[in-house]
Design a protein around this ligand. Sequence first.
Ligand code: SAH
Ligand code: TMP
Ligand code: ZN
Length: 405
Amino acid sequence: MVACRACGTPVEKFMSFGRQPIANRFLEPGGTQSEYFFEMEVGTCPKCTLFQLIEQPDPGMMFHDTYAFFSQTSKGMQAHFEGFATYVKDTFLKGDDPFVVEIGSNDGIMLRHFLAAGIRHLGVEPSSNVADAARQAGIDTISVFFGVDTAAAIAEERGLADAIFAANVICHIPDIAGVARGVARLLKPTGVFVFEDPYLGDVLEKTSYDQIYDEHVFLFSALSVRNAFAPHGLELIDCIPQPTHGGSMRYVLGRQGQHPVSERVSERVAWEEARGLGRAETFQEFARACERSRDALVSLLKELKESGKTVVGYAATSKSTTVLNYCGIGPDLISYISDTTPIKQGRLSPGMHIPVRPYADFLADKPDYAVLFAWNHRNEIMAKEEGYMQRGGKWIRFVPDVGIE
Ligand code: SAH
Ligand code: TMP
Ligand code: ZN
């Protein structure tokens, strides 16, 4: 039995994605012997509805000085974070000399807009290589994990924050109660905590099970966020859907009673209740949908191989680790994965050991088919790859269903 990380109730396990490696740990050729694996099972809390991994590797194994994910590799995400920064500035930073803190600020994709506007800021980013990239751009960043102690130290040294924000990281932090207590410690009485993460509702609608991997210990909903933060005096005051990462939600919280609560909160919670986001049957149906998706993708790749087609992967995303390992897809079915991130190139994909090669190889090789692992960046990629499609190159998609386009 595993206790819910938010409320302590026994979690109901509903499926396993099998043996999974560290999703962002790309291996040196020859360095695959000592690879770490864990059994990736998922469940939900029958009381607070929080969707969570049963077991998660130790954070130090995932976030360190060679973390492979640099936020600014995607142009689409650069534009998104400019919009997120503008939203925070225009909506919440009305007082004099505001101070903002970002949790998981990575290479500074969001904080650079606060630096440019001359706003006092601090990034909390434990992966020191990506944090260094931010520091080099002049962004004030400390390399520690956010929690109660970090929050107290920041409050003492720099004062309370007008806004604390985070993107694609609160769902990474297993001690959600520690995050809530840290935020409650660091926030001004009228301050806000704004964070966004992949949304459980989208994952269920699209069978985008690839959002589940070691780093993502939680998939949130408005219901589960409201329940997880309320015991710490933090109230959900708004929730705004976002198109990023294949469907995310931006949650806005303030101290209880300090802000008007948007109608969007009750509307969203009502939708989630009607959709069964807290019910066991919903998750059993999701498990069956994942199995169907896996079987369809594997059959398609086997057929293409038998007919002599060349198939590669497009973008060695962390999400692709779940798909490849759950489906058992190795270099026999996908000869390599093309990726633009230099530190992934020349390495092997986690678990299934498919070679990762520079993007230039994809352009030169002209494969018949490419599996669109970065499906969340679809628009950006389709615009960039007109040449590939014009000469007959095809995409294999697996979200929301398996198919060729
Ligand atoms: N916000 C960026 C980066 C997301 S990746 C974006 O949306 O693109 C998640 C980041 O959170 C990583 O850089 C990781 O090192 C960092 N992180 C992980 N655990 C953390 C914690 N406890 N406190 C602060 N940052 C953390
Ligand atoms: P993610 O943001 O979904 O995690 O994916 C990021 C990875 O995808 C990163 O390794 C860079 C890679 N990528 C490409 O190789 N080509 C592209 O056009 C895009 C948008 C991403
Ligand atoms: Zn719970």
